[in-house]
Design a binder for this molecule. Sequence first.
Ligand code: BES
Ligand code: MN
Ligand code: ZN
Length: 507
Amino acid sequence: MTALTLSKTSATAVSADALVIGIVKGEDGPAPAAGVPAPAGLLTEAAGVLAILGAKGGKDEITRLPAPAGTTAPLVIAVGLGSAPQDGEDFDPETLRRAAGTAAHALSGTEHAAFALPGTDAARVAAVAEGALLGAYAFTAFRKTGEDDRGPLARVTVLTAEDADDAGLRAVIDRAEVLATEVARTRDLVNTPPNALTPADFAAHATEAAAEHGLSVEVLDEAALREGGFGGILGVGIGSQSPPRLVRVAHTHPEADRTIALVGKGITYDSGGISLKPAGHNETMKCDMAGAAAVLSTVVAAARLGLKVNITGWLALAENMPSGSATRPGDVLRMYGGKTVEVLNTDAEGRLVMADALVRAGEESPDAIVDVATLTGAMVLALGKRTFGVMGNDDTFRGLLHDSARRAGEQSWEMPLLADLAEGISTSTIADLKNMGERMGGGLVAGLFLKEFVPAGTPWAHLDIAGPAFNEGGAFGYTPKGGTGSAVRTLLLLAERAAAGELAGQG
Ligand code: BES
Ligand code: MN
Ligand code: ZN
């Protein structure tokens, strides 16, 4: 993990391999961003060179230039911030987070960079720190390390104003470090290939993380799942050589007055099962456990930050494979809690494992439930690859998730659970439910299916992260290729807001 420090050294005097500055679009070419903890001389001199180099100052543009005389760092990286904010306003934190991430990503192979981006209040210093750490990520576990390997940026120094409040900033920086480490945990788990991360491997990782951070953990193995009647998780996992697991991992605080349950879809590989996915649709399906990874990361982060709220995570882990023992289209499964489901498409497996875990989570009567799942391709069609859908049974709670995502710098959109679409899943001739309804509105149908397994009266939100969980395109901002860590920042902020008394009926 990239090391992070704060410093009040001036940008010209700081000793680092590179100095990151921000520039904005000006009428006569790029202009140095105002409010930077850097001497004006350095910035005006750099701005002159930047114009010659063709820099414009547009968002995420990167320009490298040799440092002007009098600057200790040999290299200046100018990152575009777009248009300058209106008079009296500051850059919004997400602009700074992305710019810092773009710069950190561009600096891979560099040892130490100092960031002199505009904004000196805690929220903006935090955004720069988060963006730099998130952008410096690389997944190298399965690569031989050669001599010319460009590892991620190793050391980040964020420059702050001379009159900065050290104690206040320290807390913000500690949080940024925990957040970035836990987002990286989710990215690592998602990027790990499915032959190296079976349900048992994932459960072992959770058990280790729990021991390291003082969480309680329980793992139900295949025998325990059978004993307990978890027909959904078993039915999905039955075709695989690597048997399923259900993990409960919990952070508790002695003074907490609220408990949130987080339920994550943990399909370590989704082949589709007997309803096999065609080539072109299965190459990235190691990402189908991204929800469970985000849940684990959030519970660990809550523990590391000592949040005054109880967070219980449920990881529904299975591998969806075709074989002679696999569930067939036409089979009926008895879910945990007793409801029966006719499986018409074994590729709609996420809702089956989630149903069991939701019922089990609900038994503990949490104050609210959030589930996170790479659930449907339909949600990707609806919202694109960078935005997750938020559904639920309670407008206020759904809004709280959407608002937390916005504040955390994640894109989300509220989607309705329309009653007429429920007909499709309720018309089995043999069981209580079908696992597939209408194709049109498929993301909402899946949400309606999950709703059947949530205790009535418990605020519940469903995040369908099928789009943003895995980035098949190039890196952008602080988002790398591959696993992104989608939903971790949103869920951590939700936990913090619950700890601060912001759940409905609190305080
Ligand atoms: N894991 C997939 C959803 C998915 C799609 C995740 C693209 C990430 C990227 C899920 O299990 C699935 O296969 N859903 C089916 C449901 C259908 C059979 C009702 C889908 O969306 O096609
Ligand atoms: Mn599937
Ligand atoms: Zn799936």
